[in-house]
Design a protein around this ligand. Structure first.
Ligand SMILES: [Fe+2]
Ligand SMILES: [Fe+2]
Length: 373
């Protein structure tokens, strides 16, 4: 029997108003019990003859029992935002659900920072991320998540330390790293919490690579990019500065400003990186393109000098250029974080149309601004 979508819409609407009331008043407010009971009755009707009601969130659409749920209304949209913020992309309500369970679920959902839980008859989680043959357990706790973030940084560090013009790049290892990034940012809506502060000069290279990868993937994902392409953008971003391993230590670590000749050499990291990555089997073609073009501006200035009439900066390079700019400036004065971020965004807006793709710059600002509210 097909699911009664009108009843689903009603259930979500009542559920969301109960959650809102719960945030506004206290859990013991009279209206909460009444509304919870109403939601439960609709749910029980939906569960007649079925073992579960399965709600999935894919992008901004709800899929209920494998069918898309259209016209969700104001409460439905608030519900989508609410579950998205918690990184939940799937909720299963199972037959046998009790009033107490549903009430607890509503109370937990009304608290913004509470971790999604699993109840006997309500299962929440994120849809398994299976990309490029790498499977990651997405049902991870907050503690495991913070461990994962540290592990990711360690893995990037290992990859970076293993880099040498003569060694083989571990492409599968990179895939695993970026798939884990996806899991992390799907769980944590505040991207500023995901990017790491730079602890010391020696850690800059790989912290910067990690941050640029996360910021680029968040941008791409917000534009609807997924699966393989999302993964490829992450890898390309992770490797954008790989050409720096061909630049001498004296230039890289120089404390004062570089002279003209040193700057020229430094600019070559784009060419070196691109050539190195182009030779690696199994690596997406986006990686050498991004390595080559990430310092090229939207309107064609910047470096290396390319014939802009023939070649325009690739959209993936435009995405990475924005993340690169943001992270490079942000890590200069970490002690004035809030002000700095607004200042960086203002500068980015000022240079939109010349340095940056204006649409992407706008989109990036929106993503970051929502985390500052
Ligand atoms: Fe660079
Ligand atoms: Fe960079």
């Amino acid at each position: 029997m097909p699911t009664d979508m009108e009843a689903v819409r009603k259930f979500i609407s009542v559920l969301m108003s109960t959650i809102s009331n719960c945030s506004l008043y206290t859990k013991s407010h009279a209206s909460i019990d009444e509304l919870t009971q109403k939601a439960l009755s609709i749910l029980n009707e939906l569960l007649t003859g079925a073992d579960r009601v399965e709600i999935m969130l894919i992008e901004n659409d709800l899929i209920v029992n494998k069918a898309p749920l259209r016209d969700v209304g104001v409460h439905g949209n608030t519900f989508i935002k609410r579950i998205k913020r918690r990184g939940i992309s799937r909720i299963d309500f199972l037959a046998g659900i009790t009033f107490a369970e549903l009430k607890q679920f509503i109370a937990d959902m009304s608290e913004t920072d509470k971790e999604p839980k699993t109840y006997p008859h309500i299962k929440t989680g994120v849809i398994d991320v299976r990309l490029g043959g790498v499977k990651v357990d997405a049902n991870i706790s907050a503690e495991a998540l913070s461990k994962l973030t540290t592990q990711q940084l360690e893995k990037v560090k290992d990859v970076y330390h293993d880099f040498s013009p003569f060694s083989k790049l571990n492409v599968a290892g990179l895939e695993e790293i970026v798939v884990n990034f996806i899991v992390t940012f799907k769980k944590e809506a505040n991207i500023l919490k995901l990017i790491s502060p730079v602890k010391s000069h020696s850690e800059y290279t790989y912290t910067h690579a990690t941050n640029v990868a996360v910021l680029s993937m968040v941008q791409a994902e917000s534009l609807g990019v997924k699966d393989k392409l999302l993964q490829d953008i992450g890898i390309a971003a992770l490797l954008h500065d790989v050409g720096k391993m061909f630049i001498s230590k004296e230039i890289l670590d120089k404390k004062g400003t570089l002279d003209e000749k040193e700057w020229q050499e430094m600019h070559h990291h784009t060419m070196y990186g691109s050539k190195y990555l182009a030779r690696i089997d199994g690596l997406s073609r986006i990686a050498p393109i991004v390595a080559l073009e990430h310092h090229l501006a939207y309107d064609g200035h910047g470096y290396p000098k390319l014939n802009v009439r023939v070649r325009k900066q690739h959209i993936c390079s435009q995405i990475v250029a924005i993340s690169d700019f943001f992270d490079a400036l942000r890590s200069r004065r970490p002690y004035k974080r809030d002000w700095d971020i607004k200042e960086i965004l203002a500068l980015m807006q000022k240079n939109a149309g010349t340095d940056f793709n204006p649409f992407l710059a706008d989109n990036f600002s929106k993503i970051v601004m929502t985390t500052l509210k």
